[in-house]
Design a protein around this ligand. Structure first.
Ligand SMILES: [Zn+2]
Length: 697
């Protein structure tokens, strides 16, 4: 109570000082489609707007709580769902800007804001009067007069409160608040440390002999990077994927491969101020405490309640089913590489930093293919247009580049998305290349999400953020096939954002479902008829030849053992961390080594993520959820099989996919949605076949 009073006073002062200084967050946006007016937003505008956002939502909640009328769906559930829109508008911009162009100033704002946001969230979820109203509606509401989506929303909001401690005693609520605040801070610091680890590390090469084996494109990129960072005439490599992966693939300097890979896998584990080990322990322990407080055996039980998998046992079941065939295949690959080493390169044992290099060598030998032959066919704009063309053939929608809509960074592009009949559908921003201050990885998010409250249709504004190879010198951005898949993947998330048809935005979107719309798009990227359209040589406009397509397909099964194994190892590690039942003072490195040993992971393969830089689970929202990708792959492979069995652009199937999977997801149970689309339960076989892991029983 005291805190609230003090904080309202502070905010009151800030509101007065800010509304007068023309902060764009306090005005209507008169930009096309009301996109954020990026050119007018300055760093100093965020914090005041974020704090006012919290205050506004607090007032909105007070109004609901003090409503003298009896609680009803409309005056309580629907009313609660509409609160916080101002805050969301500011946060959407802030989150995107701070993750694509972080600065110390933005980091500080984040540090200031995140604990307050967590406190605010608890103020809502632990508001006793509000909970009593919700409980009242939940128990007394005549369900038959609500729509399916309204019923889902009512259940969701009621469970939100229960899952966040509404039924706890006052003393327990105080504990829970503290846990949530500590977690908010720790997970944020975890992510910031990893970003700084990437920014701080560089490998400068001064002699041409250090570049042995590297393709010209990679050398040019490294030279440009060195120049950018004030070291002209040298070559610079970083821990960004477009830099370290090609180095590992092609560098003949085994010692330097080891150096860069060791730096990569030791991020957050260097016993300095950016070390994350102690933080991991604290995070894991706090999660166990919270789970126990709320009546769950483990953090994983708490998280998975809201997934399609439902519980840790079914997650482990799927992971274990895949682990054996994946590891068996990985061992075959390791033996193949060792044989190549023994024959060609001399007397040493294959190590983890050699894997990418020999994947390339053996792939070239087996399929007479190396990725440099393919890159000229994957000019980034052609690839992007290829993704647009697939969406057009499936759903009739179109994408038009617009130059008169503000962007937040010069190389960001913006597209207007329209229905076949020309109706405006939404906006898509694309932000494809790495730069200083941009978090690693690829993701999709948005500045505004689709809704239809009170029959008022709000169109979505979506973003695709990636870290794909950038243009070098006079060459356009030529990307690898794996980067092509990333581009299609994120575009799939964007389509999900663009084609929703919901009333409310407050929804449970199970993690293990959400990767279905994205991963299914990767299938079209690899289909010959689609490739022939978009994969055109950037100089000659020649389409990719039959021969190269066949080689590409054959080579796609190459290295599947490794890819599955490194992914599954990380997924199992995540589950092992989050099924712990007792708090402990663990050494995270010892813990993960024990976990890998129990799996039987071979030393030549390092888990895709080791604990000290496992952002997904210790900073992002994927704790007890990294398995989601493979869960969704079962769905996605099964769903795509329906297209393959009939027609890649089967209009009737596409319409059902759009209506149910993209349109109605979140408005009802995810498995029901899937069955509506597919007419049956998902099968695992299409995934096993696609990954080359299928064994005839
Ligand atoms: Zn994804």
């Amino acid at each position: 109570m005291k805190y609230q009073l003090v904080s309202s006073l502070i905010v009151g002062v800030i509101i007065m000082s800010c509304t007068s200084t023309d902060n764009p967050f306090f005005t209507e946006w008169d930009t096309p489609f009301q996109v954020p007016p990026f050119t007018r937003i300055e760093t100093k505008h965020y914090l005041p707007a974020l704090l006012v956002g919290i205050e506004k939502q607090r007032t909105e909640i007070e109004t609901i709580v003090n409503n003298p009328e009896l609680p009803s769906f409309k005056n309580t559930i629907e009313a609660l769902e509409t609160t916080g829109q101002f805050l969301e508008r500011v946060e959407n911009v802030f989150d995107n800007i701070s993750s694509t162009g972080a600065t110390d100033e933005l980091d500080n704002i984040e540090r200031e804001f995140k604990p307050r946001k967590s406190h605010h969230r608890d103020d809502i979820l632990l508001n006793e009067k509000l909970y009593q109203r919700i409980k009242n509606v939940y128990n007394k509401q005549n369900r038959s007069i609500l729509t399916i989506e309204q019923n889902t929303l009512l259940d969701k909001i009621y469970r939100d409160f229960v899952r966040n401690g509404a039924n706890l005693t006052d003393a327990q609520k105080v504990d829970l608040r503290q846990i949530n605040q500590d977690l908010a801070l720790l997970t944020m610091e975890f992510g910031q440390n990893i970003r700084k680890e990437i920014e701080n590390w560089e490998m400068i090469l001064e002699n041409e002999s250090d570049l042995a084996g590297l393709p010209e494109r990679v050398v040019t990129m490294a030279a440009l990077l060195a120049e950018e960072r004030g070291k002209p005439g040298k070559w610079l490599f970083t821990l960004d994927k477009p830099s370290w992966i090609p180095f590992l693939q092609f560098s003949e300097r085994r010692d330097l491969r080891e150096k860069i890979y060791m730096a990569y896998i030791n991020r957050g584990n260097n016993n300095d101020q950016l070390d994350n080990k102690a933080r991991i322990n604290k995070i894991v322990n706090l999660r166990i405490k919270r789970g126990n407080l709320l009546g769950y055996a483990t953090h994983a039980d708490y998280v998975l309640e809201r997934s399609m998998a439902k519980n840790p046992a079914s997650v482990y079941e799927l992971l274990n089913k895949l682990w054996e065939p994946a590891l068996r295949r990985a061992k075959t690959e390791a033996a193949e590489f060792q044989a190549y080493i023994d024959r060609e390169d001399g007397d040493f044992q294959l190590q983890s930093w050699d894997w990418w290099y020999y994947t390339e060598k053996v792939c070239k030998e087996k399929y007479n293919l190396d990725e440099n032959q393919l890159r000229p066919y994957f000019e980034i704009n052609n690839v992007r247009d290829g993704a647009f063309a697939v969406a057009n053939k499936l759903y009739g929608i179109t994408f038009t580049e617009r130059s008169n809509i503000p962007v937040y960074y010069p190389e960001v592009k913006v597209f207007e998305v329209k229905e076949a009949d020309g109706t405006h559908l939404g906006i898509l921003y694309t932000d494809y290349h790495p730069r200083v201050g941009k978090y690693a990885g690829a993701w999709a998010s948005g500045f505004r999400s689709q809704s239809n409250r009170n029959d008022h249709w709000v169109t979505p504004i979506t973003i695709n953020v990636c870290n794909l190879s950038r243009p070098t010198g006079d060459q356009p951005a030529l990307i690898s096939f794996s980067e092509v898949e990333t581009l299609f993947h994120e575009f799939g998330h964007a389509l999900h954002g663009l084609l929703r048809t919901r009333t409310y935005t407050d929804q449970v979107m199970p993690r293990d479902f959400v990767e279905l719309p994205s991963q299914i798009m990767e299938n079209w990227a690899a289909e010959p008829v689609v490739l022939k359209e978009y994969a055109r040589h950037y100089q000659t406009d020649e389409p990719l030849s039959e021969e190269l397509i066949e080689k590409l397909h054959a080579s796609q099964l190459h290295n599947q053992g490794f890819e599955m194994t490194e992914y599954l190892a990380a997924s199992i590690l995540d589950m092992d961390w989050h099924t712990l039942t007792e708090t402990n003072d663990l050494n995270p490195i010892e813990f993960e080594n024990a976990s890998f040993k129990a799996m039987g992971l071979i030393p030549e393969i390092i888990s895709r993520y080791r604990s000290p830089y496992f952002n997904h689970i210790f900073s992002g929202g994927y704790s007890a959820g990294y398995y989601s990708y493979i869960w969704a792959q079962v769905l996605e492979s099964d769903a795509f099989q329906a297209f393959k069995d009939t027609d890649l652009f089967n209009q009737e199937l596409a319409a059902r996919f759009r209506k149910y999977v993209l349109g109605l997801s979140g408005t009802r149970d995810a498995m029901e949605i899937y069955r509506e689309f597919r007419g049956q339960d998902p099968q695992i076989e299409p995934l096993l076949v696609k990954r080359g892991l299928f064994v005839e029983q």
